[in-house]
Design a protein around this ligand. Structure first.
Ligand code: PGA
Ligand code: ZN
Length: 393
């Protein structure tokens, strides 16, 4: 039974205020914080300014939650929806909702002395996901850098989380070395990826070299991917890059060519967030060798994922708990995708805290990848938790 709930404002990795929740039961304690996006999807659940949302929740929401059973996750999340009364948490705020929902699950797990991944995933949670991280980036996460938001790597040949995590770190280091050698030394974007003033094609070439070098050294395969975050490039008619304008048709051809040229195993949001048909065309062309993943397209929303299933838009779904607002909704999104043969990737946001919950969710829900960057305190909080989880498994 929930005895006490605390909400407070804490700082996120961009220095913005965000919501942290703590839930106390007689035998358990759970704490979780809401992340926040910069290239957010139009259909995401709505965030309310933290201080205002917390004040409102103290008055109208928390009294309804105290006394409830923290182990009844579905019931807890249903109350959040009921009191909110809107389809997108615009009343209580998805930031308040997600922090409370995750804190409740952690309190329930703690009450029975279980780790969160075990509590949610059960005895058969036996494998940690591979870490997917960005090492070069631009778009909405860094000014004057690449057009494509994220150049990603995933150590597909690694045999354990320890190998995998340090392989990504080694590529991140190698990329810096190559950038400096090319006279393109630079700082980092919001997620810790290098943000050089270079063209996208140069980024692909440089990353390919870095990946090749590290992969040779470590003796296992490391693959490349991207998050195009194409809604940010779309102006309603064309995809506008610094050096080109591309129609939808051109964009599909461009991405398909990149998949083959750089053996990309993962492409997120290659087209704008309403273009299910464009996604379907690209998936039909390269879906046999590459995961085509919808982020802004689906916003972790089962109605939109259902549309993706019906149109065969993609073979992968990005999962961000704060896009939908509760753990129950997050689970349902994962379950729906898996039931229809789609992979799922559990993901951080560009604005993060040191909250490590998504490492547990990715393991419990059997996501293929955990997308959480490579370096930086708020990113390694998840990666280091993954290392601890693997030890427990
Ligand atoms: P965001 O970006 O957290 O800024 O929305 C991450 C992503 O697009 O995957
Ligand atoms: Zn994305």
């Amino acid at each position: 039974e929930i005895e006490k709930i605390v909400l407070r404002t804490i700082q996120d990795s961009r220095g913005n205020p965000t919501v942290e929740a703590e839930i106390y039961t007689a035998f358990g304690f759970g704490r979780a914080a809401a992340p926040s996006g910069a290239s957010t999807g139009t259909w995401e659940a709505k965030v309310r300014p933290p201080r205002e949302a917390i004040a409102a929740a103290r008055e109208h929401l928390l009294p309804e939650l105290v006394g409830r059973d923290a182990a009844d996750q579905a019931g807890f999340d249903a109350i959040l929806h009921e009191i909110d009364g809107t389809p997108d948490f615009s009343n209580i705020g998805a930031n308040v909702a997600v922090a409370l929902s995750l804190a409740s699950a952690k309190a329930a797990a703690d009450a029975i002395g279980a780790d969160l991944f075990r509590y949610l995933g059960g005895a058969f949670a036996q494998k940690t996901p591979l870490p997917l991280g960005n090492v070069i980036g631009g778009g909405a996460h860094a000014a004057n850098a690449t057009d494509i938001q994220e150049f990603l790597i995933v150590p597909t040949g690694a045999s354990c989380a320890d190998e995998a995590v340090f392989a990504n770190a080694a590529v991140h280091k190698k990329v810096k070395e190559l950038l400096v050698a090319a006279g393109k030394g630079c700082g980092k974007g919001d997620e810790g990826a290098w943000a050089p003033r270079i063209q996208d094609i140069e980024a692909f070439e440089l990353l390919q070299e870095a990946v090749g070098a590290v992969s040779d050294e470590l003796n296992f395969a490391i693959s490349m991917g991207v998050d195009v975050a194409a809604s940010e490039l779309w102006d309603g008619e064309t995809y506008t890059y610094k050096d080109a304008k591309r129609s939808t048709e051109d964009q599909i051809a461009y991405i398909a060519d990149l998949v083959d040229r750089y053996n990309l195993v993962y492409v997120e949001d290659p087209l704008q967030e309403e273009d299910f048909e464009g996604f379907a065309e690209l998936t039909s062309q390269v879906g046999d060798r590459c995961l085509i993943c919808g982020d802004d397209l689906y916003v972790t929303n089962t109605e939109r994922i259902t549309r993706g299933i019906e149109t065969e838009a993609s073979n992968c779904v990005l999962i961000k708990p704060n896009q939908i607002g509760t753990l129950t909704d997050t689970y349902e999104a994962v379950h729906l995708a898996h039931t229809h043969g789609m992979e799922t990737v559990m993901s951080h946001r560009s604005g993060e805290t040191t909250d490590e919950t998504i490492a547990h969710l990715a393991t419990a829900f059997e996501c293929i990848f955990l997308k959480c960057g490579v370096v930086g305190g708020e990113r390694i909080a998840k990666l280091n938790e993954l290392l601890r989880i693997e030890e427990l498994i």
